[in-house]
Design a protein around this ligand. Sequence first.
Ligand SMILES: Cc1cc2nc3c(=O)[nH]c(=O)nc-3n(C[C@H](O)[C@H](O)[C@H](O)COP(=O)(O)OP(=O)(O)OC[C@H]3O[C@@H](n4cnc5c(N)ncnc54)[C@H](O)[C@@H]3O)c2cc1C
Length: 408
Amino acid sequence: MHGRNVLISGAGIAGPTLAYWLHRYGFHPTVVERAPEPRSGGHAVDIRGTARQVAERTGIVDQVRRARTGARGMAFIDHTGKRVATMSTEVFGDSGGPVAEMALLRTDLARILYERTRGDVEYLFGDSVTAVAQDDTGVRVEFAHAPARQFDLLIGADGVRSTVRRLVFGADERYIRDLGSYICLFTTPTTVDLDGWQLMYTMPAGHGRPGRTAGLRPRSEPGTAVAGFFLRSAPLSYDRNDLDEQKRIVLRAFGGDGWEIPRILPAIWDTPDFYFDRVHQIEVPGWSRGRTALLGDAGYCASPMSGIGTSLALVGAYVLARELAAADGDHRRAYPAYEREMREFADRAQEFARSSGDGGLMPASRAQLWLRNGSVRLLPYLPKRLVGRGMDKLSTTVELGDSPALIH
Ligand SMILES: Cc1cc2nc3c(=O)[nH]c(=O)nc-3n(C[C@H](O)[C@H](O)[C@H](O)COP(=O)(O)OP(=O)(O)OC[C@H]3O[C@@H](n4cnc5c(N)ncnc54)[C@H](O)[C@@H]3O)c2cc1C
């Protein structure tokens, strides 16, 4: 029997899911989360394919269904708001399309997972790992606030800019693959009646300006929406801590554009949840070093625009817990088995994200935009078995199999 005290950095999607399963297998997980408390707001995420089974086995499907955004699909519109091409969720089936049937806010999913585990798992909110030293006996971890502690294993489930990855695997630059664009999201009041539809207004490159899209996605609170801005751009230099500077970048890029943009943009100054970042993938050649392993976006982010990241995080957490239980906590057997099982899914997801590019949201010309709208209009007329098949197949790459004996 190997040691069973596991520190998980990150209470997003992967961290609490791993904690849930480790507890059920008789481990003692502790989760440290930088945010002071479970947050609200932010972007929507999708649970697809095998990840739906993970959600079922984790016992959260009812809560997930209650929190669904209920999005009916995505509609591309022109500058007057007239729909020029639509993709309804029905066309794609449950898991295949740009909006899955099981879609909810990331923060709602994180909160559901936290509620599911809080009685059995130790949570340290408002703290972060600052130093890691591992040897044959365990992992000694220092925190920004809590006293230093010894654990048997350390898991980095702390997202794209993982601190665990930086401390144990090295600088971010070694693992980031740039995909050439920026995303900005924030909650905004709106008078537009979305009626469950995500609206997207795309402008092709021209007159010295890059291809770009502005959109509104429904939220459960009436009169509010998530505004999204997608911009093709070379890397810009700005201070990552200076949100005002980032807001000005978005205002400059979309200033003077039509549709609802002049009414949405001013809300950027008052929003409770501004997000702005470069779109990239995380590629780490081996997901473990000694007693430390990476999980979810920290180890294999496919891209925020791929629509598969949350499914990777859920399935990855389930598989890692299963392999640790099967190896009786022996990380030297469990970590390679976890990577063997998940690698194909992660690689295929990253390949899918690269080949589907920006999903037609940042066209280089009017002709490209015209082609995108034309192919979207064709979708309802294609045989059902062809539409969304790539995503369906991708999201079922891993089979869960039976779980080892549960303790709780
Ligand atoms: C703008 C955007 C849009 C997206 N759209 C979709 C979509 O439509 N569909 C989809 O399926 N996926 C989408 N994703 C991807 C999805 O959100 C991620 O793939 C998923 O959340 C990964 O889960 P995770 O647990 O690995 O990481 P995260 O959910 O990012 O969780 C990481 C957690 O670690 C915490 N943390 C960070 N640093 C530290 C630290 N030093 N110490 C302690 N805690 C720390 C963070 O606060 C966070 O709570 C999108 C992502 C973004 C950014």
